[in-house]
Design a protein around this ligand. Sequence first.
Ligand code: NAD
Ligand code: DAU
Length: 340
Amino acid sequence: MVKVLVTGGAGFIGSNFVRWAHRVHPDWHITTLDKLTYAGRLENLKEVMESPRHVFVKGDIADAAIAAPLVKQSNIVVNFAAETHVDRSILSAGEFIQTDIFGTFVLLEAAREAKDLKVFVQISTDEVYGSVATGESTETDELKPRNPYSASKAGADRLAYSYWATYQVPVIITRASNNYGANQFPEKVIPLFITNAIDNIQVPLYGDGLNIRDWLHVEDHCSGVDLLIEKGTPGEVYNIGGGNEVTNIDLTHRILALTGRTDALIKRVADRPGHDRRYCLNTSKLKSLGWAPKAQWESGFAETVQWYRENEWWWRPIKENDPAFREYYKTQYANRAPHA
Ligand code: NAD
Ligand code: DAU
């Protein structure tokens, strides 16, 4: 069996990847290492929890006593574990530096001693390029992160590269655009707005609503990572983007239409500090290896809205009963000024 370690595998993309990999690779034994922060949900893994080809370990990637032995026994490591929400990083950056940078360092140190490691995939983000006014970001562009989250991810991204350049750890770095799909924690714009709209609660649109994100279906992200494990070159960076550039106001209109609500639910609120205007990725490097996104934006997005409609059991306890979520929501939105 191929021994695969997936960190952060109880979160949104990590759990989609674990479920994907478990389905398509019957010869993989997957260990999920996750700290189960507020964003980590064991229910995301219920499909694989009983499988003899999967084991779940609760633990912190920054804790070498737990993480290092798991890395050392692996053939493949995929590091999804991170603090991921930009707005939270603006409120308090410490955990982002601790997990996203120091935690990655702990994994990379262990990887130096792994005997049979074929590839260490460091999941980075398109946010490391900073805001891109025109054109597309290519893998050789300068990194210009502009918020504590993206700066932490840029630190991890370059730290991972340094372990290839210095110690020949077989690192591959991926930079994906904004993901959409099932099991995304309802603090991020798509699940937050869908679930608010279902409940007829206002949706807080930041600033003028003209910021652009390039949306990627989470399963297309999984297929890109999977392909790179097979065909990627160590030491290289690969963009993974959906090619679906959408303004936030268009996204909001789409959500309201699909949930049967009107524009009356839109609440224009003060902008996110340092809000990146636009991200856009050039993905020709990954496409040259044979990857292409499968999801069509319109149908993929409609299916995503439908998933949240059909899986209230998944998000309603978080939004209604989780005191940490309610506290966060209050801090972020209760006294937010209106958009000027
Ligand atoms: P998420 O917040 O949904 O999940 C993060 C997971 O990491 C959670 O399960 C959490 O419990 C776990 N975790 C956090 N700190 C940990 C620690 N110290 N040790 C072990 N586990 C820990 O995030 P996501 O949206 O699924 O993002 C996954 C990865 O993909 C991140 O590295 C993120 O930067 C990157 N990424 C996300 C997007 C996106 O659109 N969501 C796009 C590009 C890249
Ligand atoms: O680009 C990749 C990144 O995408 C990932 O690296 C991050 O982990 C992920 O969280 C995501 O970051 P964003 O900041 O782009 O995602 P978020 O869902 O927070 O916001 C998307 C857009 O929606 C952004 O322009 C801000 C806006 N927004 C967001 C929230 C939460 C609003 O207008 N209102 C909101 O309440």
